[in-house]
Design a protein around this ligand. Structure first.
Ligand code: ADE
Ligand code: ZN
Length: 325
């Protein structure tokens, strides 16, 4: 695909990307060898997924290979390098402790190791990163409450938001289960971002807004199936963190032509373009912009607008936002 940016010079942020999805196959192979673990399938087919459930299971395996503080800090630094290469000046990065079997019971140590990697990266002039610590849709309310307790006690400046991800199709309607956790996070000054409208329909997007107080929706694309939910997003100007290739690979839509991003944008929903899990889904931020520009015929003005929305939708502080814009 061509480079519609002149993309390089266009200031933008990435607001929907998971650390769990940023491991290169070669690095996973190296860690697996170091820890005496075998790959779940041959390396040339390592990143072939049947759908979201299979994909999430793979994340548990990959993150389970990260054992030491140094390995975790290395993963954080590598993420910052990836952001720099993709032209983003800032990222809200989702990390879901439940995938990291060595760290899930040690959240403060996990945040500290990640922070060390990001600080080293920032000292080397790489983009700044805010952490969105994520709950899992299939978790219990008690487990979610514990994560929020730990975050509130920790008050680490690296942690900017509470997030929730995972498989809503496996979990059913869980907005009510997590309402209390999100309410307490908000009261403690954490921002809120919610995966919905990917493995759930528009009702999941409505619950994210009304029950979880979401300030941003990750995916949110299936809002298009209910005009009243689209209207709610427009009225409240709630941005969506859309990941076009992810939705194709994980089988939400059969092709980019069928993807609702352009219809949502034209309806007045603030949309941003993101990668979700760039290494595992074999994409980059620039490629996502370029594929959409090509498919939907976007000109420079549209691209500038989308890039600006990505910064405005981010949880960067006001000073950094104005620096980026
Ligand atoms: N975790 C990582 N990527 C995800 C996605 N696309 N949906 C839900 N949870 C995820
Ligand atoms: Zn995601």
């Amino acid at each position: 695909v061509s480079d519609p940016f002149r993309l390089r010079s266009l200031p933008r942020a990435e607001v929907h990307v998971h650390l769990e999805g940023c491991f290169e196959a070669a690095l996973l192979e190296q860690w697996a060898r170091r820890h005496g673990e075998s790959l779940p399938r041959p390396v040339d087919r390592l990143f072939q997924f049947q759908g979201l459930a299979d994909f999430l299971e793979f994340l548990d395996w990959a993150c389970g290979l990260v054992r030491t503080r140094e390995e975790l800090a290395e993963a954080a630094y590598a993420f910052s390098l990836r952001m720099d290469n993709s032209g983003a000046g800032y990222a809200d990065l989702i990390v879901n402790p439940t995938h990291w079997r060595q760290w899930v019971t040690r959240l403060p140590a996990m945040v500290d190791a990640l922070d060390a990697g990001f600080r080293a990266a920032e000292q080397d002039g790489l983009p700044r990163v805010g952490l969105c610590v994520s709950l899992l849709r299939t978790q219990t309310a008690e487990a979610a409450a514990q994560v929020v307790d730990e975050l509130v006690a920790l008050r680490h400046p690296r942690v900017v938001a509470l997030s929730i991800d995972g498989n809503e199709a496996a979990a059913g309607r869980t907005g009510p289960r997590f309402a209390e956790a999100f309410k307490r996070a908000a009261a403690a000054g954490l921002r809120r971002t919610v995966h919905a409208g990917e493995s759930s329909g528009p009702e999941g997007v409505r619950d994210a807004i009304e029950l979880l107080g979401a300030e941003r929706i990750d995916h949110g694309v299936r809002a298009i199936e209910d005009p009243a939910v689209v209207a709610l997003l427009v009225d409240r100007q709630i941005p969506l963190g859309i990941c076009p290739s992810s939705n194709l690979v994980l089988k939400v839509y059969p092709s980019l032509e069928d993807h609702p991003i352009e219809r949502l944008r034209r309806a007045g929903v603030p949309v941003s373009i993101n990668t979700d899990d760039p290494a595992l889904l074999d994409t980059t931020l620039e490629r996502e912009y370029a594929l959409c520009a090509q498919t939907f015929g976007w000109d420079d003005a549209v691209l500038r607008d989308l890039a600006r929305t990505s910064i405005e939708a981010s949880f960067a502080d006001a000073g950094l936002k104005s620096e980026l814009l």
